[in-house]
Write a protein that binds this ligand. Structure first.
Ligand code: FAD
Length: 477
């Protein structure tokens, strides 16, 4: 049997595909409707039009990845992406007919359904999983059972499950920031669990912040990039259109540049809004946004308050293109993994497709083990430690203030000192969250340069010696 952890796009597509190939599959998940897939918006990137190709998709991915992409992963995902989209269609999923253009893409290649593609994927895949008779149990995995570097099963809050093939598809840790676009299930415990079982974590310093997230009556909602492409503008509470003060591309500047600009406005005491008035046919192009606004009694003529928020993590459990980790029998796919596809920054809509490609193709590799041991970086050994307990809210506040959009050595040291005093040794969410936050701070401190979405105000430029060099962590044995 293959045990899959998580009901996002990666876990669900792996389960369906394995089942189709005759494998017996079981899914456990912290929350059936948890994860980022359930709330994801734009779509999935694949070279599907006549004027496009996997190599053009690869070039765009590498450019945004800023010298840190693993070219094997880029080649694999961009080559396999069209087939993954076709596989979904073969299963019965219907995409909208047009392909969308998003920031950083040189071609129209974002396959989508409405303006809420992630939710559409989830609804479709979850229904099919249930129809296929795959068991889905809601429980939190708290640790992995490993003997002689081989996985033997998992411990959950409801007991032990024995299995020597475990697929971690538990998503990222963007919720570990006070301002986040994702759901509260995504606190990095999957990565912590793998780390304590001996798996290697990499690229932890690369956290992507999205510039335009809103919260109305406590409901967090991502205002997709496409809105700015279609004419939405950003203004502050003095009525100033400030984006051009930071970058000549104004509202169309990349995510990291705009996130820092908005962060800076708030630091100056300003409030920031999105103005949607200039967008034509807003109702038909963005029906989900329209429903969100009307749910909260807002009209499109009103200004929408916005803030930048942690959105996606590039790093995680280091894997090869087969999804294999360095612990025999343990696979990691989707956002929990670090395949190297995204490098230092993720190209828009490259994450849902990564989950689909690794999920759908996993059956090819599940019966033959090669394993992954990276040789493209430095390895740091870390042990866990006992200390006082903290709440997730405290962790989120510390991370936002000290390892957020704009970093420096002083604040990162502050964060490290904080985590040295708190517990990282137990199997609670808070303990794993503290461990993951510690590792992120340490990697961000070590990388004394700015690259991709990692910005150090004390080292604002790139350094040649860091190009292509990853920072890895492994537990001290
Ligand atoms: P997730 O979808 O995050 O699922 C993780 C699963 O693991 C959940 O089911 C959770 O319950 C479970 N889990 C977690 N911990 C445990 C545990 N300890 N035990 C058991 N189960 C556990 N990407 C794109 O490519 N295109 C987009 O348009 C896009 N829009 C986005 C919009 C938003 C608002 C957000 C937040 C992200 C967006 N992304 C987008 C990113 C993308 O959605 C995610 O990277 C992707 O969905 C991750 O899928 P996943 O299957 O790896 O994990």
């Amino acid at each position: 049997m293959v045990l899959i952890i998580g009901t996002g796009v990666a876990g669900l597509s792996a389960a369906l595909s394995l089942k189709e190939k005759g494998y017996s599959v079981k899914i456990v998940t912290k929350k059936i409707t948890g994860g980022s897939t359930y709330i994801a918006k734009g779509g999935a990137a694949a070279s599907l039009s006549d004027d496009d190709s996997p190599s053009l998709h690869a070039q765009d991915t590498i450019k945004v990845g800023d010298g840190m992409c693993d070219l094997r992963a880029v080649d694999y995902v961009t080559s396999e992406a069209p087939a993954a989209i076709r596989k979904l269609e073969q299963w019965g999923f219907q995409f909208d007919p047009d392909l969308r253009l998003e920031g950083g893409h040189s071609r129209r290649r974002v396959a989508h359904k409405t303006d809420e593609t992630g939710r559409e994927f989830y609804n479709f895949l979850f229904k099919k999983v249930i129809e296929s008779g795959i068991s889905v149990k809601e429980t939190r995995v708290t640790s992995l059972i490993v003997k002689d570097h081989e996985v033997k099963g998992v411990l959950t809050e409801n007991g032990e499950i024995d299995d020597n093939k475990v697929v971690l598809a538990s998503g990222g840790y963007a919720y570990l920031y006070k301002f986040s676009s994702t759901q509260s299930t995504n606190v990095g415990d999957g990565m912590g669990i793998a780390f304590k079982a001996g798996a290697i974590l990499g690229d932890m310093e690369f956290v992507q912040f999205h510039p335009t997230v809103t919260s109305l009556d406590g409901e967090v909602f991502l205002l997709t990039e496409t809105l700015r492409g279609e004419g939405a503008i950003l203004i502050n509470d003095k009525g100033e259109r400030f984006a051009f003060d930071y970058d000549k591309r104004g509202e169309l500047a990349p995510r990291d540049v705009l996130s820092r600009a908005i962060y800076d406005q708030y630091k100056q005491g300003r409030k920031v809004f999105m103005d949607l008035k200039e967008i034509n046919n807003l109702e038909s192009k963005f029906p989900v946004l329209m429903k969100f606004l009307s749910r909260h009694g807002k009209s499109v003529k009103e200004l929408i308050p916005i803030f930048p928020a942690a959105h996606f993590v590039d790093g995680g459990v280091r894997v090869n293109i087969r999804g294999e980790t360095n612990v025999k029998g343990l696979y990691a796919i989707g956002e929990v993994s670090d395949s190297g596809l995204h490098g230092a920054n993720r190209l828009a809509s490259n994450s849902l497709i990564e989950g689909l490609v690794f999920g759908i193709n996993l059956y090819r590799y599940i019966d033959s083990w090669e394993g992954m041991y990276p040789d493209d970086g430095i390895m740091i050994g870390v042990s866990t430690w006992k200390g006082r307990s903290v709440s997730l809210n405290e962790i989120r506040e510390v991370n936002w203030n000290n390892m957020g959009i704009v970093r420096n050595a002083e604040r990162l040291q502050k964060s490290l000192e904080f985590y040295k005093g708190v517990d990282t040794s137990s199997n609670s969410e808070e303990s794993y969250a503290s461990l993951i936050s510690y590792l992120t701070s340490l990697a961000a401190l070590k990388r004394d340069e700015s690259r991709g979405n990692h910005f150090r105000e004390d080292f604002p430029s790139k350094k040649k010696e860091w190009e292509g060099k990853r920072i890895y962590f492994k537990v001290h044995e």
